[in-house]
Write a protein that binds this ligand. Sequence first.
Ligand code: RIB
Ligand code: CA
Length: 315
Amino acid sequence: MATPLVIDTDPGIDDALAILLALASPEVDLRLVTTVHGNVELAQTTDNALRVLHLAGRADVPVAAGARDSLVYRQPERAGHVHGETGLGGVELEPSPAAPDPRPAVVAMAEVLLAAETPVTVAAIGPWTNVALLLATYPEAAERIGRLVLMGGSAGRGGNVTAAAEFNVWADPEAAQRVLGSGVPTVLVGLDVTLPTVLDDDGIARFAAAGPVGETAAAILRQYVDHARSTYGTTGVVLHDALALTEAIAPGTLGTVRRDVVVDTTLGAGRGQTLVDRRSVSSSPTAVEVAETVDSVAAVEFLVTRLAALARSAR
Ligand code: RIB
Ligand code: CA
């Protein structure tokens, strides 16, 4: 029995690979994609989500648009310099024949959650604005979340958009605080495990050679590779969101410890920092499972083999 899955996303290069990974994984049944502001503007993240699903032959998956901006203070800037102005590394995917779902993201999420026959995994891989709104607007639907897998934050690796803050949390710290304090069973997949998990050119070449979908995924990654090389001097890319989806698809992939986490929502230099209390294992009902260890080689192999399989099947 495949686990019902909802992905909340701001495609985004690594978001695109994460969506493709979910479609390549029989363990999950992708019932809904909801889009959020983040890497680029909402209209673009929504169109990108539709196009990525269409690329994989899954334009049947509904895409519902959500928040255009963060809850309290507007997101200071987008990430076009990382993901390209359109968010997919400059690659023009074929437009989807599907239109966005007419429901607002929060309504679509609530309806999918309440209709599901078993608890639903929700993977949030953009700013968590939509998730915060769901928790506040439809708490009864939030109770149907079996696992909330969040890409974001950092326990001990500092930030990537500022010295203190990881992008998804930085984009909406108030939403992040609301979500992390919700008590929903939550896994936090942060920079501590994503940064060591690097997809290199060999891995990209393997799924690129498997078929047109793999070739297109590799093309989308090209800008990310160039950015990583020029910014970090690395020869590979960190697919933050794909690692979060790996944990959503294969629970236990990451080594987690139950920790209390608070978000710096002040307006100073630390804004958006996730303060993870690593002094002890928490027994608090609002603690979260913080991912602290990863077998990066195994995680990359999981991603590459599945993307290659998807590319072969979509020939
Ligand atoms: O910090 C990484 C996160 O920010 C990823 O979700 C990436 O897509 C960007 O949104
Ligand atoms: Ca993202």
